[in-house]
Design a protein. Structure first.
Length: 473
């Protein structure tokens, strides 16, 4: 049965990777894969649970007084009422935080908040503009998701760059910057959020130890790309249609939503540190506060048509639910493989054959340029538990195990590699896919002109992190 589960997972993975060739949305494939894996697992549970979860199973049956049920019924109850619900709880934490953050970002965007940033970029010097765009995308994606950052920055490029080939080069740097910027912030990327919520990493050490490698992974490609640019930009004939709501709420109203939204996003890690509650609670609180603010703002404006208002109930319909459902399907799939013991066995295989966290995480990063980084990171968390003092006390190799403690080298480097490795190919990240779609960037053009510089930046960041460990760890 485990072989059947692996076949289903591999076929699902291929379906996701070939989404554009099949013309089937990857969210649908992920959901089918996730559910099928749990169906096979619960059918095979009598042969799997006694091997991989005997203690948990015995405790569950004892605590819930289920000894009177048949053994088959006990296994079904354990899977459906304990393991599945536990997985759903972990997944819900991630998805609820994502939904809250995405709604806040959408609120800022529809009220023109990001225009205050992009409208101030006036330079027509290609070299100077490249660095402005790169660093702006880098720091924006630390607060927003890299998908939103890429969309905002591409819209900016269309206003100031006429030549499409030059936009392709700038857009490629945006992809690298957005992925690099999201990797050093606990709320900057889906994979970083996953590791943060699960307790593999915490906020301050992640920022301190990863910001320099992430900067290097951007700066190296940007230096190479700047050598390909010459002269002054020719601006296109571009005219925006300004939504009516911009005039109604005025500059102060739009600015207040931008500042309020950013403060709400920044408050999420603070909320977790102060209350010790899951970050999704902070995300929901932040969304609720901004929701109330916008409602009060609209109520204070007289003689305004309801149709032009961007209330939260209207904005929330525009968040990318396809992405949310894709993550749900992928995380369900990985959860089934974890409960079936497949991931733990693969982790043992890697330990026996590689036993090198640097190599494992670097390979993971390179793989994330081909396949989605979400299941790769989810698989890694299933293969390797966070080490605790009890594990260290009985460890044969204490130095190796220390790399897997909270904020250990393995988890920090996995965060970096999974976040930045997706830039090596244009299909390796959400930022790459959206820029590819918006600007019609050719896959082979990116592979020929950008992939090597992105790989160079990626490996340079790994080297910088390694040098940091020699100094600080």
């Amino acid at each position: 049965m485990t072989a059947l589960m692996l076949c289903i997972f591999v076929l699902g993975y291929l379906g996701i990777a070939l989404e554009h060739n099949l013309n089937v949305n990857k969210a649908g494939i992920a959901l089918v894969t996730g559910v099928l894996l749990w169906v096979v697992y619960i059918a095979a549970s009598p042969g799997i649970i006694p091997v991989f979860s005997p203690d948990e199973f015995d405790t569950y049956i004892s605590v819930n007084n289920l000894g009177g049920l048949s053994l088959r019924e006990q296994y079904i109850s354990f899977v459906s009422n304990f393991q599945l619900l536990e997985q759903i709880g972990d997944i819900a934490e991630i998805l609820l935080l994502l939904m809250g953050a995405m709604t806040i970002v959408e609120l800022i965007d529809v009220h023109g908040g990001f225009d205050f940033i992009t409208s101030r970029i006036k330079s027509r010097n290609k070299h100077k503009l490249l660095w402005i765009v790169a660093f702006l995308a880098f720091f924006m994606s630390a607060l927003l998701d890299n998908l939103t950052t890429s969309i905002v920055m591409v819209m900016l490029l269309r206003k100031i760059i006429a030549n499409y080939k030059e936009r392709w080069l700038f857009g490629s740097i945006i992809i690298i910057a957005a992925n690099s910027g999201g990797a050093w912030s606990p709320i900057g990327d889906v994979t970083t959020i996953m590791l943060w919520i699960k307790g593999n990493i915490t906020s301050l050490p992640t920022i301190v130890y990863l910001i320099l490698p992430c900067l290097v992974s951007l700066i190296i490609p940007a230096i190479i790309a700047s050598r390909l640019l010459h002269g002054i930009l020719t601006s296109p004939d571009y005219k925006d249609e300004v939504p009516e709501i911009f005039d109604v709420i005025g500059v102060k109203g739009r600015l207040s939503i931008l500042i309020g939204g950013i403060l709400c996003l920044l408050s999420i890690p603070v909320f977790k540190s102060v209350t010790h509650l899951s970050p999704f609670m902070g995300g929901l609180l932040a969304l609720g506060v901004l929701w109330i603010y916008t409602e009060v703002m609209y109520s204070s404006i007289k003689n305004i048509e309801e149709s032009i208002k961007f209330r939260v109930v209207k904005v929330i319909k525009h968040i990318d639910m396809g992405t949310i459902l894709f993550f749900l399907g992928i995380l369900l799939s990985v959860g089934a493989l974890q409960c079936a013991g497949i991931l733990s066995r693969f982790g043992v295989f890697l330990d026996d054959n590689l036993h090198n966290p640097y190599m494992i995480t670097t390979i993971t990063g390179i793989l994330s340029s081909i396949v989605d980084n979400v299941p790769l990171v989810a698989a890694a968390t299933g293969m390797y538990p966070v080490a605790d003092p009890a594990m260290a006390a009985v460890a044969a190799d204490l130095e190796y195990l220390s790399m897997f403690v909270q904020d250990g080298m393995f988890w920090q480097l996995l965060t970096y590699c999974a976040g930045t490795g997706g830039s090596i190919l244009i299909i390796g990240s959400a930022a790459g896919v959206v820029v590819m779609g918006l600007e019609k960037i050719n896959f082979m053009w990116y592979a020929k002109n950008i992939s090597l510089m992105a790989l160079t930046g990626f490996l340079s960041g790994v080297l910088v992190y390694y040098l940091q460990t020699l100094i600080f760890f």
